[in-house]
Design a protein around this ligand. Structure first.
Ligand SMILES: [Mn+2]
Length: 355
């Protein structure tokens, strides 16, 4: 039986927002703990940058995770996943730098904490440039503010500067200039190192590593290669280190953005293989090179068809709304999420009744 969850950033973690999730029918939560300071000038930041990280390599501790797990429990919710790693936790894993072994040990510690606390999934995005190049504009229904990508209007892509990964600055004092160039095969080897080190620990702890595809799903961005930009790339990742602990954070919106991709075939293949840890349900209009995110009930994705396939393949993880356009009112995020959660709650109920 699939479950409904709400994803939220650290800045939104509060008892009230947990209650909001429960009231909207969620039984689970997905938390983004990366703490990004915005509005601080750094040499690397540009108009698309998500901010400066505060963690400075200090991996989330058992105690801080335990307090959030406890608060969730008090509100009758469970934490299903942590989503996204702070770039300062694993910069040298992504860059094949001298501290990669030390950093990977830190990530093993995180997996052990998660195992002890019963948090079953760690979502990650093995990406150098990350989510870059999107604009936010009133392009969704009713002029709702939404992210959009126009590759043709990006102009010259600035190379990824040192001190920045996943579109977040982690070292504002890094020497100026771009990161060392890397081939796609070399980047796959770095992913192989990450998986070989972490998958056995994840298995021991009953935690699944779940890879999010590259968003935007283009082969190269900011002069760096990307790994998961077509559905068949998921297969390469899964076959690298076959294990239940090596899984996918299946982003419906991102897969729909992949030019020529068959979203429904991909949902079917990877859910049949039991490789989907959890699902981002987000709608979109258009594909690379030009698309905009949409409300869940419009756009190119037939969300009922996606949920039917998942249900048919006995998917029992969580689905979350991913992001939504912001609704014009006093609580734009909450309203957008309530709309998406209500739609998903109804759709899941209907799909379950049909069968
Ligand atoms: Mn997503």
């Amino acid at each position: 039986m699939m479950k409904l969850a709400l994803g939220m950033h650290r800045s939104r973690i509060s008892r009230d927002n947990f209650r909001f999730a429960r009231q909207a029918g969620c039984t689970h939560l997905v938390l983004h703990l990366v703490e990004r300071l915005q509005g601080i000038a750094t040499p690397q930041a540009d108009e698309y940058c998500f901010g400066l990280t505060r963690a400075q390599g200090r991996v989330w501790t058992f105690d801080e995770l335990a307090s959030v797990v406890q608060m969730a429990k008090e509100e009758d919710l469970r934490i299903e996943a942590l989503e996204n790693l702070d770039p300062s936790f694993w910069s040298d894993v992504l860059l094949d730098g001298p501290a990669k072994q030390q950093q990977v040990e830190g990530l093993k510690g995180l997996l052990r904490s998660m195992g002890r606390l019963g948090i079953p999934v760690l979502g990650y995005n093995f990406s150098l440039a990350g989510v870059w190049g999107r604009i936010h504009a009133p392009l969704a229904r009713g002029q709702a503010l939404t992210p959009a990508f126009r590759e043709d209007r990006l102009g010259r892509q600035t190379p990824l500067p040192r001190g920045m990964l996943n579109n977040i600055v982690y070292d504002p004092d890094a020497a100026p200039g771009p990161i060392a160039s890397v081939s796609m095969d070399e980047l796959w080897e770095r992913l192989r190192f990450f998986l070989r080190e972490l998958v056995p620990v994840a298995e021991e702890e009953g935690v699944r590593l779940a890879a999010h595809p590259d968003d935007p799903p283009v082969e190269r961005l900011r002069q760096t290669p990307r790994l998961l930009y077509q559905p068949e790339c998921f297969g390469r990742l899964l076959e690298m280190v076959p294990s239940r602990a090596n899984a996918l954070e299946f982003c419906v919106g991102t897969v729909q953005e992949m030019p020529g991709a068959d979203l429904y075939a991909a949902v079917d293949e990877y859910s049949r293989r039991q490789s989907i840890a959890y699902v981002h349900c987000r709608n979109v209009i258009g594909q690379v090179p030009s698309y905009r995110e949409a409300f869940i009930d419009e756009g190119d994705v037939d969300m009922f068809r996606v949920l039917r396939i998942l249900h048919g393949n006995q998917f029992d993880g969580v689905v979350i709304p991913d992001h939504t356009p912001q609704m014009t009112c006093e609580a734009p995020w909450h309203a957008g999420m309530a709309h998406a959660l209500g739609y998903l709650r109804a759709a899941i109920t209907l799909v379950e009744r049909e069968s």
